[in-house]
Write a protein that binds this ligand. Structure first.
Ligand SMILES: [Zn+2]
Length: 93
């Protein structure tokens, strides 16, 4: 009976860690898409120039499509951080 209980608890812990991993991974992509680096926390900076009345944007994260999935609709997107040199690839639909 004790072994069964132990196995059940281990099973639950494994499921929770997997869920947590996916949630964590998802939030990294969200941050990268919004222009924020999940590693060093650098964000897209915006400057407003009073003289020319224009807003300048300094992007920290650059996204590049590596491979177009075509019919399947899945693209591999490479994100690079100019601030810390982070390089991560995610599949996006
Ligand atoms: Zn960074």
């Amino acid at each position: 009976m004790q072994t069964l209980l132990f196995l059940l608890i281990t099973f639950l812990i494994v499921i929770f860690s997997v869920l947590l991993y996916f949630k964590n991974k998802h939030s990294r992509v969200d941050k990268l898409n919004s222009g924020e680096c999940p590693t060093c926390g650098a964000k897209t900076k915006t400057f407003y120039d009073e003289n020319s009345k224009t807003t300048f944007k300094s992007e920290v994260i650059s996204a590049r499509v590596l491979k177009n999935g075509g019919c399947s609709g899945v693209n591999d997107v490479e994100y690079r951080c100019k601030s810390c040199g982070l390089k991560e690839v995610y599949s996006q639909s």
